[in-house]
Design a protein around this ligand. Structure first.
Ligand code: PAZ
Length: 352
């Protein structure tokens, strides 16, 4: 039997009334405001990409916390494809999770020290004197140069154009406060804003009023913690925080049978534009787009249900978890979304 969960005692409103904002919130907001204004001035579309997992602290002076599996691959990879498609990107990610561009040289899968060479080769420790008097050159292993130049070149040009703004969260509380604030700032762009919510956000949390101030002590047998449900923020996001933005949420399941029904329920309940469903073990090569059917998004293969179901698949053997994957499914996800977003923007002018 799955564990039972009781009704959430927090609405989004009561959550923000009772839980404290992260200390840097005001600073973060003013940086985002500046970034959004610059993009608005040049008429660039902006996407907020959320990425990585959230923690749930168990103590106020936090020693222990719950976490989840997400490395931030989906978000970091998608951000690169959005930039390539001409969007400006607000990359809101879990601290230390993967980031666009540097993800190609992740310390665990492709450590950059492994393809740097000392020229001329030196096989001993370099003394401080040598480093100052005749420092050797550092070169890149020839077989790695093309890839590195491609990544580095794009990274530098994104930096120069100022089209990516990065911000970090750690806890689910940081995430919720930031998401609300960034959404409100982005709402000035109306339909030119997209929200791509790929972060793996905890469904449960411990309100600060129920947290122990200090490290939870052992010695009293097993530990029982009752968590509250994190408020469903997609509803206020659609109704209050954003104005006509294009909102894409993700639904992760481990039981594939649940993906489409749960995506449909979410669309009915919250009224946003797309749910992208994915199964934990197949997420690198298979996702499903679920959306409400409309005259603007109708496809020839649609059935008569109120929902449009569209699978995106790539060859599993080309979608290795290695950073040198031949093909990344995020390229197709972003391609599909940017097409849909364009139709969404054009639909507004048709209605006028
Ligand atoms: O970060 P990652 O690439 O390892 O995983 C991506 C993902 C599975 C977290 C994302 O595709 C997703 O489904 N996010 C939403 C998860 C959820 O809260 O249902």
């Amino acid at each position: 039997m799955p564990p039972e969960s009781s009704e959430s005692s927090f609405s989004a409103e009561s959550y923000f009334e009772t839980q404290l904002p992260p200390p840097s919130l005001q600073e973060d907001i003013s940086e985002v405001r500046d970034f959004v204004r610059k993009q608005k001035d040049v008429g660039r579309k902006v996407v907020l990409v959320t990425s990585g997992g959230t923690t749930v602290p168990l103590e106020l002076n936090v020693v222990r916390f719950l976490d989840n599996f997400s490395a931030g691959t989906r978000g970091a990879t998608s951000a690169e494809y959005f930039l390539k498609a001409g969007y400006a990107v607000i990359f809101m990610h879990r601290q230390f999770s993967l980031q666009p561009f540097s993800r190609h040289y992740s310390h665990s899968t492709n450590p950059f020290l492994d393809f740097l060479e000392i020229d001329p080769p030196i096989h001993q420790r370099l003394s401080a004197e040598m480093l100052i008097s005749s420092p050797p050159h550092i070169t890149v292993t020839p077989s790695e140069r093309v890839d590195l130049l491609r990544v580095l070149g794009t990274y530098k040009s994104v930096q120069k154009s100022g089209t990516m703004h990065t911000m970090t969260f750690v806890t689910v509380n940081d995430y919720l406060w930031l998401l609300r604030a960034v959404s409100q700032e982005l709402s000035v762009l109306g339909r030119n804003a997209m929200y791509y919510l790929a972060a793996a956000v905890s469904d449960f949390f411990l309100p600060r009023q129920k947290m122990s101030e200090h490290k939870i002590q052992s010695g009293k047998g097993s530990l029982h913690i009752e968590m509250d449900q994190v408020p469903k923020i997609l509803k206020p996001m659609v109704d209050e925080w954003t104005r006509e933005g294009y909102i894409v949420s993700f639904k992760l399941e481990t039981d594939p049978e649940l993906i489409i029904p749960k995506a449909c329920t979410a669309l009915e309940r919250y009224g946003h534009q797309v749910v992208i469903g994915n199964d934990l073990n197949h997420r690198k090569y298979e996702v499903v787009f679920v959306s409400r059917r409309s005259a603007f998004t109708k496809r020839p293969d649609d059935d008569d249900s109120g929902f449009q179901i569209h699978w995106l698949r790539i060859n599993p053997s080309s979608a290795s978890s290695n950073t040198r994957a031949v093909k990344e499914i995020e390229e197709d996800i972003v391609g599909e979304l940017t097409d849909r977003h364009k139709i969404w923007i054009e639909a507004a002018s048709v209605r006028l």
